[in-house]
Design a protein around this ligand. Structure first.
Ligand code: 5RP
Length: 262
C-alpha cells in the first residue's frame, strides 16, 4: 500500500485510537429526502465537529458542505436505483475516480449485494473501483448491503465481508449481528458497522458498544444519529464508546446530559 493511500486511511481511521466515527448521510442516493435529512446542510453542519469522516454523495457535498470544513470525505460512488424498485442491487458506479480526487475525497464507498440478483455486477464494480483506488491512492470502503431476503447473521455477513476484503476493499462496512467476533476474525481488513433503522438511543449505544468490543474499528452511522431526539448529543455519546471505550451507561448519561442542556 503506497504512502498516499495509507495517509488517506489514517485520516479516516484515527491513528491515536485506531477507531473512527463516520457520519453516514448518503441515504438520499436511493431514498430521496430521508427523514432527518430533508435539508442536508441543516442536519449535517452541527454534527461535523464530532464526526471523523463524512460519507455522502457528490451532490450533497457540493451543495451542502462548506469546503472550508476540515473533515475527510468518503464519497458514495455506487447507485443508480431508487426505493421504488423491488431489486435494489442493480447498482453501477455513479461517480468517477477523477471526480472523487477533484472533490478531495479520502475514500470512496460502494455497495455490494452478495446473494442478490446483481451480485456479480456489484462485485465487479468493487474490483474495478479497487483497481482505480490503488492507482490513485484512494481508499475503498465496501458496503455489504443486505438483500430483502437475506438474513443478517454471522454466516451471511461473514461471507459478504470476506468477499469484499478478498476483492481488495481497504475498509468494510457491515451490520452488527450475534457472533460478530467471527465476522471480524475472518475479515482481514478493518470493519465498521452501520446503525440500521432508528432504534431507541440506549439500544443504538449498546449496539455500538458490542460491535467495538467484538473488534469493529468504529461506526459508519446515519439514522441512529441524525434521527435522534438530539443528534448532537447522540454523536458525542457514540464517540465516547468508540474513542474512549466508555460503557453504555456512561455514554447514555452523556447523551442525556447534553440533550438536557441544549
Ligand atoms: C446505505 C448506506 C447507509 O449509509 C447506511 O445504511 C448507514 O446508515 P445507517 O446507520 O442509517 O444504517 O450505506 O447502503
Amino acid at each position: 500500500m503506497d504512502w498516499g493511500l495509507r495517509n488517506r486511511l489514517a485520516r479516516i481511521i484515527k491513528p491515536d485510537t485506531g477507531r473512527t466515527v463516520m457520519l453516514a448521510v448518503d441515504h438520499g442516493y436511493f431514498l430521496g429526502p430521508t427523514t432527518g435529512l430533508e435539508v442536508p446542510r441543516k442536519t449535517i453542519e452541527p454534527l461535523i465537529p464530532y464526526a471523523d469522516t463524512l460519507m455522502l454523495t457528490r451532490g450533497v457535498l457540493r451543495t451542502s458542505i462548506d469546503p472550508s470544513f476540515d473533515i475527510p470525505i468518503v464519497l458514495r460512488v455506487s447507485g443508480g436505483n431508487s426505493i421504488l424498485k423491488d431489486d435494489l442491487s442493480d447498482e453501477g458506479i455513479i461517480t468517477s475516480m477523477e471526480e472523487a480526487i477533484r472533490l478531495n475525497a479520502a475514500g470512496v464507498a460502494l455497495s455490494i449485494y452478495v446473494g442478490s440478483p446483481h451480485e456479480h455486477q456489484t462485485l465487479l464494480n468493487l474490483s474495478k473501483l479497487v483497481d482505480e483506488g490503488e492507482k490513485y491512492g484512494i481508499a475503498v470502503l465496501a458496503v455489504t448491503a443486505v438483500g430483502k431476503e437475506m438474513a443478517r447473521d454471522a454466516r451471511y455477513l461473514g461471507l459478504a465481508c470476506r468477499i469484499a476484503s478478498e476483492l481488495g476493499a481497504h475498509l468494510v462496512k457491515t451490520y452488527y449481528c450475534e457472533g460478530f467476533e467471527k465476522v471480524v476474525e475472518s475479515t482481514p481488513v478493518p470493519l465498521v458497522i452501520a446503525g440500521g433503522k432508528k432504534i431507541p438511543e440506549r439500544d443504538a449505544l449498546e449496539l455500538t458498544f458490542k460491535a467495538i468490543q467484538a473488534g469493529a474499528v468504529g461506526v459508519d452511522m446515519g439514522r441512529n444519529i441524525f434521527q435522534s431526539d438530539s443528534p448532537v448529543a447522540m454523536i458525542q455519546a457514540v464517540r465516547k464508546i468508540v474513542h474512549e471505550n466508555a460503557t453504555v451507561d456512561e455514554a447514555y448519561n452523556l447523551y442525556e446530559n447534553i440533550k438536557a442542556s441544549s
